[in-house]
Write a protein that binds this ligand. Sequence first.
Ligand SMILES: NC(=O)c1ccc[n+]([C@@H]2O[C@H](COP(=O)([O-])OP(=O)(O)OC[C@H]3O[C@@H](n4cnc5c(N)ncnc54)[C@H](O)[C@@H]3O)[C@@H](O)[C@H]2O)c1
Length: 284
Amino acid sequence: MTRLAVVGGGFMGSQIATQAALHGIEVRLQDVSAEQLEKSMTANRGHIQRRVDKGRLTPADLEAALARVRTTTDLAEAVRDAEVVIEAVVEDLDVKRQVFSELDELAPPEAVLASNSSTMVISKLAGATGRPDRCANMHFFSPVLVMELCEVVMGPQTSEATAERCLALVREMGRTPVLVRKEIDGFIVNRILHAATQEAYRLLDGGVAEFQDIDTAVEKGLNWPMGPFRLGDFTGLDVTYNARLHIYRTTGDPNYKPSPRLREKVEKGELGRKTGKGWYDYSS
Ligand SMILES: NC(=O)c1ccc[n+]([C@@H]2O[C@H](COP(=O)([O-])OP(=O)(O)OC[C@H]3O[C@@H](n4cnc5c(N)ncnc54)[C@H](O)[C@@H]3O)[C@@H](O)[C@H]2O)c1
């Protein structure tokens, strides 16, 4: 089994580690904050406990899985023996480049260094290392303990062997990989999601239909589990807004300019489920 290290023990990193551990992989999980590691792993215990409650996992399997995740604040200790390192630290280019440079020093020379970033393609990080051929994006979806997919994305210098290594790890973790051969902003899923969301907002802004009807059309006509507005409430309208703004600023494409109706929601603090109101009302 792969010797895995995950760097960044927040929401995504800790779930990536836990998902791997549920499939028998020994993982070292590192974060700069011991408190964060403790908080994340307590939350993950709660998530998996629900599987035990439903009879889908034995209490012994739960304990064995959690014992496979060894947490530390010491980066050198975390990555010393790793075959693959998945970075899931805060979405900040300077921080990530610093982490990649340290990983290059501390991880074995043959180890693959992958980033879970949603917006930073690997060529922005691989240059901080002396092994750009062994770097790739491994983009998991939130929440990792539920969502099946991982996009493995090759940068211009990523080798075929590195891509294969990442694909194999995703399968080993009980997840489904897809390979993106050319790095591109948004990879596959977010590009398609943004295109559909953009069209939904265009229809709304143009007065063509109300948001409830657009959601119903997408849910019943395309069989998507959630329409774009319901999904926005679920992920947080600030996340949708910032993602659109990021693409608009980086591409200059006016199609991605965030909708004024969306901006209004964000300014009012109506961010979706987490604030009790977004497009829909969750107060009851
Ligand atoms: N949240 C999502 O829905 C989602 C989905 C896919 C990918 N991602 C990506 O995952 C990454 C992490 O996102 P998250 O939502 O888990 O964020 P988070 O804020 O929950 O976790 C980030 C963690 O990084 C730690 N950290 C900061 N600097 C560090 C360093 N130098 N070394 C080690 N740890 C450090 C923080 O203490 C924190 O625990 C981001 O790159 C993001 O783009 C997030």
